[in-house]
Design a protein around this ligand. Structure first.
Ligand code: XMP
Length: 527
């Protein structure tokens, strides 16, 4: 395993992704991690980039013990500055101008033993730079292995120890041969084995689940029909059979026909027994008149927990009558690695943008109240890896490629308080939009699309009648990681057709608009 110490760069997670794509397993920890608290010894360590300046008071720094571990180290951007600053604080200063974008690195052919980092890369390579601070002198004991027009020390290597630094970002696609740099470091210099394979993951995870859960305990799991919870459920089913209890809470904010479809897929195709709890009325009554987005999310989150608690009790009562059955001890959570990274990253105090109920909050009360423990089989995976595993487990392509759908569902796609009428309108409009997208063959080109509703109303004219109807908001984005997203470019004729169909078929709508906001500044959901 390679340890990536995170200094808060937006692209730290990409270092992991690139390494994993090479078959090298890597884990991320905050840069302030104490080395003696690690329970494993890394084969090598990478310092990520970060927004701070190494010479500022309060700037983040690594535990000096990192350098005593005797494993290879690679510093990227802030990381190279951290290495140089530790040797002498005068080595790093603010450059004359910010260097952002493309640059060409001249690879300096010091003897090949020292410059193993750039082995096989020729004389020059295009890279992506993003920095203000830079090395202004060469740290003692190092030699230059790469330089650009603006950065004399764009690549450095220690003459004897395996310590390297690069000012550019090898993890970005804009550094086309960056993967080779990472490969040289991880595989050739650190000696990490490039043998991390998805196939092994399934077997290892099933074995891990069996060991963790033991021979009798029951596991409760929420299934939404999304790819994460379905893959999680299928892994649990393979590992412990029907001791896994799958629950779908119908909160009344699901898409058209969704509950029936999810039940059919899970039961018929995946052999997972699903209990559907119909709770639409309960959710709607608790949300009556509530328009604040965070309040809505919190009410929905806590209602989910109330219902899970009830289910845990019901299942346990049932189990009392089954010989040899254990108690409900575990709660399945479809946490993915980006969520884990979010909690492991070095960020300093950051504002809560939204309370995602499948990330925090939900488990805590269940953990404390019911003494349940969390089981997170996907916690080391990125979304595309979950999809790959889904395929391997025989989950149908249409489900594997399904756009994500948030736990609070349509409720966070209605700007303001939810009523039966508004949910119905948003649901119908969404169904029309998604059906048209599928018919046009665009579904797989879009990462997420939906129709939401503005509860302000707008005047329209139908025939000779004045109507005062709702405004439907269409949203469709493309994204790799859902942390940032760009708007999907439909042609106008397509959008015109969707707009006409919605106005004609969904009663109570007088206007349809297309949301042109990327993320940031907009989030993907409307609330
Ligand atoms: P935002 O709106 O934060 O969404 O840009 C990013 C991704 O997260 C999904 N999302 C949620 N998923 N529970 C979920 O299960 C939630 O509360 C929630 N809020 C947002 C959203 O659909 C998008 O894919």
């Amino acid at each position: 395993t390679i340890l990536v110490l995170d200094f808060g760069s937006q692209t730290s997670h990409l270092i992991l992704r690139r390494l994993r794509a090479l078959g090298v397993f890597a884990e991320l920890r905050p840069c302030t991690t104490k080395i003696d608290e690690l329970t494993w010894k890394p084969k090598g360590i990478i310092f990520s980039g970060g927004p701070a300046s190494v010479y500022d008071d309060g700037a983040p720094h690594v535990d000096p013990a990192v350098f005593d571990l005797g494993v290879p180290i690679l510093g990227i951007c802030y990381g190279i500055q951290e290495i140089a600053w530790r040797i002498n604080s005068k080595n790093v200063a603010r450059g004359e101008a910010r260097e952002y974008g493309h640059a060409d690195v001249n690879i300096i052919n010091v003897n090949s033993h020292v410059n193993r980092l750039f082995a096989g890369l020729g004389d020059t390579m295009p890279v992506f730079m993003s920095h203000f601070d830079k090395l202004v002198s060469l740290p003692e004991g190092f030699v230059v292995i790469g330089a650009t027009k603006n950065s004399e020390y764009a690549g450095i290597a220690h003459e004897e120890k395996h310590i390297f630094g690069v000012q550019f970002h090898p993890e970005l696609e804009h550094t086309p041969r960056g993967v080779e740099v990472l490969r040289n470091f991880a595989v050739d210099i650190c000696g990490a084995q490039p043998n991390w394979k998805m196939g092994d993951f399934v077997q290892l995870e099933i074995a891990r689940i069996r060991e963790l859960v033991g021979p009798r305990a029951l596991v409760l799991g929420a299934c939404s029909g999304g790819v994460d919870s379905t893959v999680g459920a299928k892994l649990m089913r393979e590992a412990i059979g029907d001791r896994f209890k799958a629950i779908l809470i119908d909160n009344g904010f699901m898409r058209l026909n969704e509950c029936e479809e999810v039940k059919e897929t899970l039961e018929k195709h995946l052999g997972i027994n699903l209990t559907v709890v119909n709770a639409g009325e309960l959710f709607m009554s608790r949300l009556a008149g509530v328009s604040d987005p965070e309040k809505k999310r919190k009410i929905i989150g806590s209602t989910f927990i109330d219902l899970f608690e009830q289910e845990a009790i019901r299942i346990e009562k049932e189990a009392e009558h089954t010989p040899n059955s254990g108690k409900v001890e575990w709660f399945l959570q479809g946490t993915l690695y980006p969520d884990v990274i979010e909690s492991l990253s070095f960020r300093g105090p950051s504002a809560t943008i939204k309370t995602h109920h499948n990330v925090g909050g939900l488990p805590e009360r269940m953990m404390n109240g019911q003494g349940l423990r969390l089981i997170e089989p996907l916690r080391l995976l990125f979304k595309d890896e979950v999809r790959a595993i889904g395929r391997q487990l025989g989950i149908h392509e249409s489900l594997v490629n399904r756009h994500p759908f948030p736990g609070p569902g349509i409720a966070i796609r209605i700007l303001g308080d939810c009523t039966e009428e508004r949910v119905k309108i948003a649901r119908q409009a969404d169904h029309i939009f998604i059906t048209k997208i599928k018919e046009a063959g665009l579904y797989d080109q879009i990462s997420q699309a939906f129709a939401g509703l503005d509860t302000n109303r707008s005047v329209g004219v139908f025939g000779d009648q004045r109507v005062w109807g709702y405004i439907v908001i269409l949203r469709a984005v493309r994204t790799k990681d859902f942390m940032s997203a760009e708007v999907f470019n439909f042609d106008h004729a397509f959008l015109g057709d969707v707009s006409r169909t919605i106005c004609n078929q969904v009663e109570g709508v007088s206007r349809v608009v297309y949301d042109l906001t990327s993320k940031p500044p907009g989030t993907i959901e409307l609330e």
